[in-house]
Design a protein around this ligand. Sequence first.
Ligand SMILES: NC(=O)C1=CN([C@@H]2O[C@H](COP(=O)(O)OP(=O)(O)OC[C@H]3O[C@@H](n4cnc5c(N)ncnc54)[C@H](O)[C@@H]3O)[C@@H](O)[C@H]2O)C=CC1
Ligand SMILES: O=C(O)CCC(=O)C(=O)O
Length: 429
Amino acid sequence: MHDSLFADASTRLERAMKYVSISEDALEYLKYPKASLSVSIPVRMDNGSLKIFPGYRVRYDDTRGPGKGGIRYHPNVTLDEVTSLAFWMTFKCAVLNLPFGGAKGGVAVNPKSLSKLELERLSRGYIDAIADFIGPDVDIPAPDVYTNPTIMGWMMDQYNIIRRSLNPAAITGKPVTLGGSLGRNTATGTGAFFAIETLMQKFDRLPAETTVAVQGFGNAGSVVADLLSKAGYKVVAVSDSKGGIYAKQGLDIPSIRQYKESNRSIQAVYCEGTVCNIVEHVVITNEELLALDVDILIPAALENQITQENVKDIKAKYIFEVANGPISSDADLVLEERGIYVIPDILVNAGGVTVSYFEWVQNRNGLYWSLNEVNQRLKQKIVEETERIWEISQEFAISMRTAAYVHGLNRLGEALSAKGTRDYYNSQH
Ligand SMILES: NC(=O)C1=CN([C@@H]2O[C@H](COP(=O)(O)OP(=O)(O)OC[C@H]3O[C@@H](n4cnc5c(N)ncnc54)[C@H](O)[C@@H]3O)[C@@H](O)[C@H]2O)C=CC1
Ligand SMILES: O=C(O)CCC(=O)C(=O)O
């Protein structure tokens, strides 16, 4: 594994290069972020003191359209992490053929330590600091880890105050009442479910005979766990930042979600109405969850969860990356050698940005779609691109990850070439 997350992420590009025929110039462009902004956000705390939080927004590439990507609140956020996340967004949007480039933002903060008012001040302060860097035709933020529709609502409102106009398409993942799209809040997990279903059919796997473990029970992980369990898969383990639960007979995911809503933590429960009772289970660590002997492993938390250190312990047959970058590049090679299928983040978790695109389209048209229409369109896109990446992987006998990068690189290369060399500008100065 490289010291820098971005250096590690870039190796994926290098592995795909030999299967594409795009210009050297295009490849050179794609090695660097187009623009990066680092800001300091002053926040008046409830006790009257002033705290400064570091924040970032990176626009990696906007050849195919405005930058697009979420905003993360986490104590470990760095410019290196945000750059990697913006790099992945660039390829994700290309893989899904969305008219967007890639961007990402983040603030180094533990949001759990802030009051609701402090969180609102921080969110408005972040938009104050980056307002000139974003916009509906430039770069459009959305939610990511520890941010949510409420925070997107504050951010859009702050952007509108600064611009003195209403700009619903400036931010996606907003509350529905402020122009958010139906289905955006569940889109990442739903898209992942469509990708899993498409590929499990190819592997002739029946849901009832397929066990699943999910690391991270947030917006993305809890929804995919729910959809899989409703489709008959046996979800035997889930976890959050504090640890996990395992039950050989399978967990009742809807009950665990219900319990989490009122208690903000996970517990192995079975609920009838509002009464939830604890059922037989084993408490496990996140490390133990990753090493479970299950058919499908779904990392849905943070980066670098499977590395050279623990890759030998992995027993799952298929890994669907719902998190961004959960597997380091060296661990990826080991998994490939061992015949473990890894289905990459830039495809599996692309449902979120796809419905963000639908939200942006609806905001610009002022015509809003039903939930059914959103989910039908989402399914069509995810299934189509999953099939295409599968074909590329079969054609060149390469991993699904490399195939996804080949697919994205082809689209990016075409757009970069269509823009021309820009030598005209250079020769004028
Ligand atoms: N929210 C979205 O629309 C999208 C999210 N993603 C990715 O999905 C992943 C999860 O994001 P969300 O579900 O949105 O975040 P979230 O904030 O809703 O949930 C994060 C979950 O991860 C858990 N977690 C945090 N640290 C952990 C650790 N060290 N070990 C195990 N669990 C841990 C938290 O307890 C929580 O359950 C991230 O990698 C994010 O970038 C990707 C595409 C879109
Ligand atoms: O919805 C979006 O625009 C971006 C979601 C995101 O940050 C991601 O896909 O990692």
